[in-house]
Design a protein around this ligand. Structure first.
Ligand SMILES: NC(=O)c1ccc[n+]([C@@H]2O[C@H](COP(=O)([O-])OP(=O)(O)OC[C@H]3O[C@@H](n4cnc5c(N)ncnc54)[C@H](O)[C@@H]3O)[C@@H](O)[C@H]2O)c1
Ligand SMILES: O=c1ccn([C@@H]2O[C@H](COP(=O)(O)OP(=O)(O)O[C@H]3O[C@H](CO)[C@@H](O)[C@H](O)[C@H]3O)[C@@H](O)[C@H]2O)c(=O)[nH]1
Length: 434
């Protein structure tokens, strides 16, 4: 069985990749630069929550197919090394590739024999080629062969997405290296796109940009719905039944957030501009998204007139349900805006119960109260603003919720609640495009 190394092995992509490949029987060594995360997992605690992952990690550790390390040299025997490090946005919107370069450099310098470095991190088009040149310039090209193998998992369903991917994309110059990566995933019967580095890298950006644009499209239509008495949920259903459109990613709301769509859209926009091209659709998708986020605060202002000294409960810190990931969630900018307008903020989230759990600095949420029951969070509030579509919120007892509130106003940023039922309990319900 092939020995596999994972760099960034304790991140969202890296840990899922590590645990699932270990389940397939490979010997996987997951390396991460963050010693605290390595210590955490060795104590049996997970660095983040993801459905089905704890069981897989435990199984891998018990079967000795999975191990963790903070020493890159432990990857010296791995035949394929997956690079899963972060590629965060720099202040100018470009991708910070320092972790990727450092990973490739460290892999190469800690090896005697050649290995394949398969990049799962989302990297700008041309990165695999530039990394190959970098290896050549540093006399390391005999140590590492670059392959692009982008990741398409969604947080919350990451493990399921590993077992049931829509496609596997492999970009390579070496056919042999591409085949080795492909064989790893067999007996998966999903379509495999064997292609160039550049195509592979652009497929990832184009996928995320398309998804983001689809969300912004439906959100733009939702804005008109509010003025003409139409219901965006019915419009989504009506257009989504056309297989050319399909029903996915047509949920209107306060827009896309999280660590990927916004970052990758910004990076792609920058890549267009570097080539003196105008990314008109992409820029519009971003603008609509910002407008959607601002619109929930405007709705609160419209109904409460002035937000100074108003008490508002924000339901949901995570960027979406079934994750404790708060990175680039809309919750933080919305809370900051509400605080700047003089409101008092209480937050509730089923999984993120404190700034520490959300890995948010205390300073960022200074003055915000964290309450672990949604009913208690709503107590004596002028409004509830729903940011994350957690099922726990959908299942709330609306009568009880209404009884707790000072003013029964609910701004539903995800169209999650049942409007008719809420209104039957006397709640003033404000959705998005309904
Ligand atoms: N999160 C997702 O759902 C998702 C899905 C598809 C693609 N991606 C892409 O995958 C990449 C990783 O995303 P993520 O969400 O897993 O990030 P993450 O921040 O959760 O994980 C990255 C990990 O890499 C580690 N790391 C950083 N530099 C390192 C180095 N030099 N050596 C070893 N470890 C190092 C960090 O400590 C961290 O644990 C990004 O490019 C992202 O755009 C993410
Ligand atoms: O109809 C929809 C669908 C999603 N969202 C929002 O869009 C954001 C992103 O959601 P989703 O795409 O499900 O989550 P991610 O885990 O960010 O996954 C995206 O980003 C990953 C990282 O690149 C890719 O691998 C995935 O394929 C891509 O879906 C969240 O705020 C959702 O609430 C909507 O507003 N309406």
């Amino acid at each position: 069985m092939t020995n596999i190394g994972i760099v960034g092995g304790l991140g969202h992509v890296g840990l899922i990749q590590s645990a699932c490949l270990a389940k397939l029987g490979y010997k996987v060594i997951a390396y991460d630069i963050d010693m605290e995360k390595v210590k955490t997992i060795m104590k049996g605690e997970m660095p983040f929550q993801e459905q089905g992952l704890t069981e897989l990690v435990t199984e891998g550790l018990n079967n000795n197919t999975l191990s963790f390390t903070s020493e890159i040299s432990d990857l010296a025997e791995a035949e394929i090394v997956f690079i899963c490090v972060g590629t965060p946005a720099l202040p100018n919107g470009k991708s910070d590739l320092s972790h990727v370069y450092s990973a490739v450099d460290q892999i190469a310098r800690n090896r005697k024999k050649n290995c394949i470095a398969a990049v799962k991190s989302t990297v700008p088009i041309g990165t695999s080629r530039k990394l190959t040149e970098y290896l050549k310039d540093n006399n390391l090209s005999d140590k590492v062969t670059m392959v692009s193998n982008p990741e398409f998992l969604r947080e919350g369903t990451g493990v399921k997405d590993f077992w049931e991917p829509d496609r596997i994309v492999i970009g390579a110059e070496s056919k042999e290296a591409a085949n080795k990566v492909k064989q790893l995933y067999s007996p998966s019967e999903v379509p495999v796109i064997n292609t160039t580095w550049e195509n592979s890298e652009l497929i990832k950006y184009a996928s995320n940009a398309f998804l983001a644009t689809k969300i912004s499209f439906i959100n733009e239509i939702s804005q008109l719905c509010e003025d003409v008495g139409a219901d965006i949920r019915v419009i989504s259903k009506g257009i989504g039944l056309d297989p050319r459109i399909n029903p996915h990613f047509l949920q209107a709301g306060i827009g896309f957030s999280g660590p990927c769509l916004d970052k990758d859209l910004n990076s792609l926009i920058n890549q267009f501009k570097e080539k003196q091209k105008k990314p008109l659709i992409l820029e519009s998708a971003l603008q609509v998204n910002e407008q959607q986020r601002a619109s929930v605060v405007e709705k609160l202002q419209k109904h409460l007139e002035n937000l100074r000294d108003k008490d508002i409960a924000v339901f949901g810190m995570a960027f979406k349900a079934e994750t404790d990931d708060v990175r680039s969630s809309h919750s933080l900018p919305i809370i900051r805006k509400l605080l700047s307008l003089g409101a008092n903020i209480t937050v509730n989230d089923p999984w993120v119960k404190s700034p520490e759990q959300g890995r948010i600095s205390e300073a960022e949420v200074a003055g915000v109260e964290w309450i672990s029951s949604p009913y208690r969070a709503a107590k004596d509030k002028d409004a509830v603003l729903l940011q994350t579509a957690w099922q726990e919120y959908e299942n709330l007892d609306y009568k009880k919720l209404c009884a707790e509130m000072k003013k029964p106003l609910v701004v539903d940023g995800r169209n999650l609640f049942n409007r008719e039922e809420m209104e039957s309990h006397g709640i003033v319900y404000v959705g998005v495009g309904i």
